[in-house]
Design a protein around this ligand. Structure first.
Ligand code: SF4
Length: 317
């Protein structure tokens, strides 16, 4: 009775998770927004990897893409502007068993959150960080972001953005202890899924820049890359993002790139035409801060108390 067997062991049936098990609220992004594709890719990975929803956390800051946690039926934290990464690091510091997906935009990560970005890369905790780069502030209705290209007309620069755009790949590849940097695009679901899966499998912080279409404010921004047959180059390597025949039929360009070569990764990060997509850099041997913050997680309360008392006794007079 009550699900208990005669020997008092719980009778737990194996659970199988479908895509629907990860469905949260109905996504309120604009039609054809690239965010929809990223959400589907993450749900597919959760389903394929059979991650229990209660072991998954989606963390975000503020922006269109930061509505991501609302659309996953998992734990989630919709944080403050620019603060997705410290929240995600905090979760990982004490709950290393959870899979953490971070959704952050170019405004959220590369502007107000830039200080956190540098240090999260250095902490190298086991997170997948998805930079939704649509080159504009969309939620607040069309302001210049750090990655807006020169000449983009926005409400803050009606005559066109003036400064050269920040390159998130080059910046990340310059931060201390960087361990994984990849680039993909929202409009190729095969490559998007393969890249996020490779990021999920990496030990350490995986930083994935996703070129994300915003048909409302930056329509046509990626047309050259998207519509030209040679607008993109696949980065291929045994350790990289897997490439199948279907991908090769769509994207003609392909170069061999060893992701352990940091200097070459930095050179590729600067390349815009054709746009290199795949794994630019990977070093799974980099130290992960959670190996330090997780110390003592398995201690019993009485052991913790004993350590505390020993420390306090040092100051006894
Ligand atoms: Fe997507 Fe742009 Fe609409 Fe925001 S404004 S939901 S980024 S299409």
């Amino acid at each position: 009775m009550f699900g208990l067997k005669d020997d008092w062991a719980f009778d737990v049936s194996p659970r199988y998770f479908t895509l629907e098990d990860f469905d949260g609220g109905v996504a309120r992004w604009c039609p054809a927004c690239g965010d929809h594709a990223v959400l589907q890719a993450v749900k597919r990975i959760c389903r394929d990897e059979q991650l229990p929803p209660e072991k998954v956390v989606a963390v975000s800051g503020i922006g269109c893409s930061s509505r991501f946690p609302h659309y996953m039926s998992t734990y989630g934290f919709h944080g403050l502007h620019g603060r997705a990464l410290p929240v995600a690091c905090g979760v990982k510091a004490r709950r290393p068993d959870l899979t953490v997906w971070v959704a952050t935009g170019d405004g959220d990560c590369c502007s107000i959150g830039a200080g956190h970005w540098i240090h999260a890369i250095r902490y190298n905790m086991n997170l997948v960080v998805m930079l939704f780069d649509n080159a504009v502030y969309g939620l607040t209705k069309n302001q210049t972001s750090p990655t807006s290209p020169v000449g983009l007309k926005t409400n803050t620069h009606p005559r066109g953005a003036w400064l050269p755009p920040l390159n998130p790949l080059s910046a990340t590849l310059g931060f201390t202890n960087v361990s994984f940097v990849a680039q993909t695009v929202d409009w190729n679901p095969i490559h998007l899924h393969a890249t996020l899966l490779r990021a999920y499998q990496h030990r350490g912080l995986s930083f994935v820049r996703i070129m994300q279409r915003c048909p409302t404010y930056t329509a046509g921004l990626f047309d050259d890359i998207q519509k030209k047959p040679d607008g993109m180059t696949l980065l291929s390597h045994a350790d990289g993002v897997p490439i199948d025949d279907a991908l090769r039929r769509i994207i003609k360009g392909e170069i061999e790139h060893d992701p352990s070569d940091l200097a070459k990764a930095r050179a590729l990060a600067e390349q815009g035409d054709p746009l290199p997509i795949g794994l630019l850099y990977c070093d799974p041997s980099r130290p992960c801060y959670e190996e330090y913050t997780n110390a003592g997680l398995d201690m019993k309360p009485e052991d913790k108390l004993a350590v505390l008392e020993r420390e306090l006794n040092r100051f006894a007079v």
